[in-house]
Ligand binder design. Structure first.
Ligand code: NAP
Length: 211
């Protein structure tokens, strides 16, 4: 049986993906700031823990907890992320950039490093966005933060011979993050996080070459 840490399991894609993978035999530990703690009794096959990605000590606790529960952890999915209401790059402030980069880049970087120190044979998957590769008006600062993390993931994979690290784009989803960014978008046109999680898991298995 395989084990995974998924960041941001209180809602949206992280919650749905935790359930999909838990139901497919993975041992899952997911965390966020608002999630209800499972303690030593998983909800189904998903352990939950309250932790804030922005706090180094919380990241260390998450990685240690997963290895206590699972012995070692095979996979890290960097799913948690943050956004702001869409505004053009020149209408954004340095504080906006700091807030988005703090979670989407610095905290993700520290979680990846801490995870790989504890699990040198582990695999890392970053949940990215099409906004990291294309310019959509208003999404530039967010897209830049996702692009930086994509680049770090590619660099790590290139530098560390045997290490597997990838980014996967789940596509647009009807989640709180999307509503914060653009409350006027047509929600009917967006996929549900549950549907996105099923597709994401199929892509993940393809990339990891697992059945
Ligand atoms: N929605 C889209 O259309 C879309 C499209 C492409 C890519 N993505 C990417 O998909 C991923 C998931 O997004 P989503 O739409 O599912 O967002 P969401 O519903 O807003 O969920 C975000 C998750 O991240 C957690 N989180 C945020 N800040 C955190 C922190 N400091 N510490 C710990 N957990 C934190 C939140 O939990 P708490 O609030 O409880 O901490 C929540 O569980 C993100 O990486 C996003 O960039 C989204």
């Amino acid at each position: 049986m395989k084990s995974v840490i998924i960041s941001g399991g209180s809602k949206g894609l992280g919650k749905a993906l935790s359930n999909v993978m838990g139901n497919d035999g993975w041992k899952v530990l997911t965390f966020s700031r608002s999630i209800e703690e499972s303690g030593n009794e998983p909800n189904g096959s998903v352990f939950t823990m309250r932790a804030d990605l922005r706090l180094d000590r919380d990241i260390v606790s998450v990685v240690n907890r997963a290895n206590m529960l699972f012995g070692k952890t095979d996979l890290l999915i960097l799913n948690a992320g943050t956004i702001m209401e869409c505004r053009n790059v020149l209408e954004s402030t340095v504080a906006d950039l700091r807030r988005l980069f703090e979670v989407n880049v610095f905290a993700n970087y520290y979680l990846m490093r801490t995870f790989l120190e504890a699990n040198p044979n582990g695999t890392v998957v970053h949940v990215t966005s099409d906004a990291a590769r294309q310019h959509f008006p208003g999404w530039g600062v967010y897209g830049a933060s996702k692009a930086v993390m994509d680049f770090l993931i590619e660099a790590v994979a290139a530098e560390e011979g045997n290490l597997k690290a990838f980014s996967i784009d789940p596509g647009d989803m009807d989640t709180e993050m999307h509503r914060i960014a653009d409350s006027s978008s047509d929600r009917e046109a967006l996929q549900s996080p549950e549907a996105a999680a099923l597709k994401f898991y199929e892509k993940l298995k393809e990339v990891l070459r697992i059945e």
